[in-house]
Design a protein around this ligand. Structure first.
Ligand code: 5AD
Ligand code: SF4
Length: 512
């Protein structure tokens, strides 16, 4: 049998699949394969906005008597993609399940931002293998950011033969076709696009909650910070049209949602790619604040593109909450330069000063990476001093994790892992200290809480978040779940507040 016949044999249903030969070039097995190099090329083509998503009638009964289970890793963008995939599954007739043992399709929607996130996924794939023995109809799929990496796809093909399909972040609308192929084929179906596709406006969504909703405002990132894999896995920056976003937020308000989080990898670049329009995040927020919905947030900001007009609009408050997540990554200008963040310590502090002047009670939170290649003790201490100078109320802190294909992964690094871990611990002590201080200020105050449900630790206690995103636990009747309430804070802990329920909030401030 020659190579061509061997490969053809792999496509025919019923034929026993051949084990791939070691060191094989897998590209001949793929329908479309990921390439980080191709993903880096930013084309000039215009983005097409489409609303022609439709389930092909061939697939109308695909999900009859079948259940799906999706496990989501990583950021809100992934959580929201899961809501879209859940919407597609339901249109195909599948039912959702929380029990992997019951599922006919298991999807892992993965995150590539750090190595430990990837290791968790590989571990989970190992656990799912025995399920296949009990359920021959079971399909296992890997999607999300990890699928966009060549090395990951090769590893899955070599080591995880329980995986039936791998697809990426740019083609989740092709889920019906991918499932169909996976049912017909004995081989792992690979459908990963290195280049982003169109923006499809009418994809179905099954939102996770009825109180808070995520709304994408843009996709991708063009910043190419030297440590970050996102610009490769999520493609170039593409903004949704303002009218589509405004319409979606209006609909969510009419459905009774109380809080919207606008999503993008770099929301401050919103609108820059829309031709012939002078329209940015400031303009968008200025329109959204007129919608009758209690709270609007956005994430994630990049300090470089945070402009004065946005600050002016945020200062109008109303439903625009006084909390800004503003990742700084490092307090050292030298480190920031090597990270290619395009701002320095001074310009970051100047931005903070401007924001505080316009919104004196703003809560600022941040992301920080410690142990970037060759970070010195002095440079790390600059991060600690910047933290204190700004007085962040909370931070997500990480040890640098090299990501294959990024410029930083090629840098020599003289900082031992032990030192990096010790720096993380020292930073986290400062984070705890400042978080505790910020919490303490609320003691005795009455705050507005959006009630999410039972507290994770105690079913008799309810939990929710303030406008500044502080977690509040309190005892109240279950009927207030999903509502805005007033709570008097009786005790501040380091990372949460405890209080007494006062009343349901009847009106909220809206700017017209
Ligand atoms: N290693 C560690 N942390 C990272 N982040 C992004 N890439 C890496 C990496 N390679 C962090 C940044 C970012 C957050 C979402 O994840 O702090 O803001
Ligand atoms: Fe990554 Fe954020 Fe930098 Fe974009 S702006 S490259 S998502 S860290």
């Amino acid at each position: 049998m020659n190579e061509e016949q061997r490969l053809q044999g792999q496509q025919i249903k019923g034929l026993k699949p051949l084990k791939p030969v070691k060191e094989k070039d897998y590209s001949q097995f793929f329908q479309s394969t990921p390439s980080l190099k191709d993903a880096k090329k930013r084309g000039k083509e215009d983005i097409q906005y489409r609303d022609d998503f439709k389930i092909d009638e061939r697939f109308a009964n695909m999900g009859a008597s079948r259940k799906f289970y999706i496990r989501t890793y990583g950021c809100q963008m992934n959580e929201h993609d899961t809501e879209v995939m859940a919407g597609i599954f339901e249109q195909l007739g599948y039912e959702a399940t929380d029990d992997v043992k019951e599922a006919n399709v298991i999807l892992l929607n993965t995150c590539a931002i750090r190595e430990n996130a990837e290791n968790r996924v590989f571990g989970e794939l190992g656990h799912f293998k025995p399920l296949k023995l009990h359920n021959p109809d079971l399909l296992i799929g890997v999607c999300g950011c990890m699928s966009q990496e060549e090395a990951v796809v090769n590893k899955i093909l070599k080591t995880y033969d329980q995986v039936d399909m791998v697809f990426g972040t740019h083609n989740i609308h092709r889920l019906p076709e991918i499932l169909n192929e996976a049912y017909l084929s004995k081989e792992t179906v690979i459908d990963v696009w290195s280049k982003e596709g169109d923006i499809i406006e009418n994809l179905p969504k099954v939102r996770k909650g009825q109180t808070k909703a995520w709304v994408n405002i843009m996709y991708g990132c063009d910043k190419f910070c030297t440590y970050c894999i996102v610009p490769y896995t999520r493609g170039k920056e593409r903004s949704r049209l303002p009218e589509d976003i405004i319409q979606e937020v209006r609909e969510l308000a009419a459905q009774g949602y109380k809080e919207i989080t606008l999503l993008g990898q770099n929301v401050n670049a919103y609108g820059k790619d829309i031709e012939n329009r002078q329209y940015g995040l400031g303009e968008l927020m200025d329109e959204l604040r007129k919608i009758d919905i209690p709270r609007i947030r956005f994430t994630t900001s990049h300090p470089r593109d945070f402009d004065d007009y946005l600050i002016e609009v945020l200062a109008k408050k109303g439903n625009l909450v006084e909390h800004i997540h503003l990742p700084v990554q490092s307090g050292s200008s030298q480190m920031l330069k090597i990270m290619a963040r395009k701002y320095n310590r001074e310009t970051y502090l100047e931005l903070v000063r401007k924001i505080r002047q316009a919104i004196p009670d703003v809560a600022l939170t941040t992301d920080i990476i410690v142990g970037f290649p060759n970070e010195t003790e002095e440079q790390f201490e600059e991060t600690l001093s910047l933290y204190r100078e700004v007085g962040f109320e909370m931070a997500f802190t990480y040890v640098y994790s090299p990501r294959e294909g990024t410029p930083a992964a090629k840098m020599m690094d003289n900082v031992p892992l032990e030192v990096k871990k010790e720096r993380l611990q020292r930073l986290n002590e400062v984070v705890g200290e400042y978080c505790g201080k910020a919490m303490k200020q609320f003691e005795g105050q009455v705050v507005e809480v959006l009630v999410e449900g039972e507290s994770k630790r105690n079913a008799n206690v309810l939990a929710g978040y303030t406008r500044k995103n502080k977690l509040v636990n309190f005892v109240a009747p279950r009927e207030v779940i999903g509502q805005l309430v007033h709570v008097r804070i009786t005790e501040a802990k380091t990372y949460s507040l405890t209080g007494e329920f006062i009343e349901v909030v009847t009106g909220h401030e809206v700017n017209n």
